[in-house]
Design a binder for this molecule. Structure first.
Ligand SMILES: [Zn+2]
Length: 169
């Protein structure tokens, strides 16, 4: 089932999500909905908070469905290593129409559970490392706009507020 994606400014996007204590059939349905919603958008990643569910789950697929092996689900993810630096343009399904260059580590090792509750460790570089960090940020209540500074951030926040007042957000 497709779920509506909430936008920057929605409370659920701006507070930390809770760990998943038990992976139930309901969790499986939630994950299926997240995958379907991510592909329909289309996007390369989606955190549960983006569909209004404050749980530490995200899905990602940097091939956007072209390569089934690229679909990754993480439950309760935690970084075990991060290093290097990459500067790339980033966007977010919860901030449609806005992109900005965000500095991120270029390599990341993420540990957590897969959708079956088994422990998994995934080493990522480049776009996948960026995606992991963007999604874990969501689970911590941080949107990429929050990582911007100064004028760049002010400009985006001001334009969102304006759209919001006009009922277009
Ligand atoms: Zn996002």
């Amino acid at each position: 089932m497709l779920r509506p994606i909430v936008r920057y400014g929605a409370d659920v996007l701006h507070r930390p999500a809770a760990p998943v204590t038990d992976i139930t059939p309901e969790t499986q349905l939630l994950i299926d909905d997240m995958i379907q919603t991510m592909y329909a958008a289309p996007g390369i990643g989606l955190a549960a908070t983006q569909i209004g569910i404050p749980l530490r789950i995200f899905v990602c697929d940097i091939s956007v469905g072209r390569n089934p092996a690229d679909l990754i689900t993480f439950v309760n993810p935690e970084f075990v290593e991060r290093d290097g630096m990459q500067l790339e343009e980033e966007g977010c399904l919860s901030v449609p129409g806005f992109n900005a260059t965000v500095a991120r580590p270029s390599r990341a090792v993420l540990k957590g559970l897969n959708r079956h509750g088994e422990e998994q460790v995934v080493e990522a570089a480049g776009l996948l490392a960026r995606c992991f960090q963007h999604e874990v940020d969501h689970l911590d209540g941080t949107v990429f706009v929050d990582r911007l500074r100064g004028l760049q951030k002010d400009l985006i926040v001001r334009r969102i507020k304006k759209l919001s007042r006009a009922g277009k957000w």
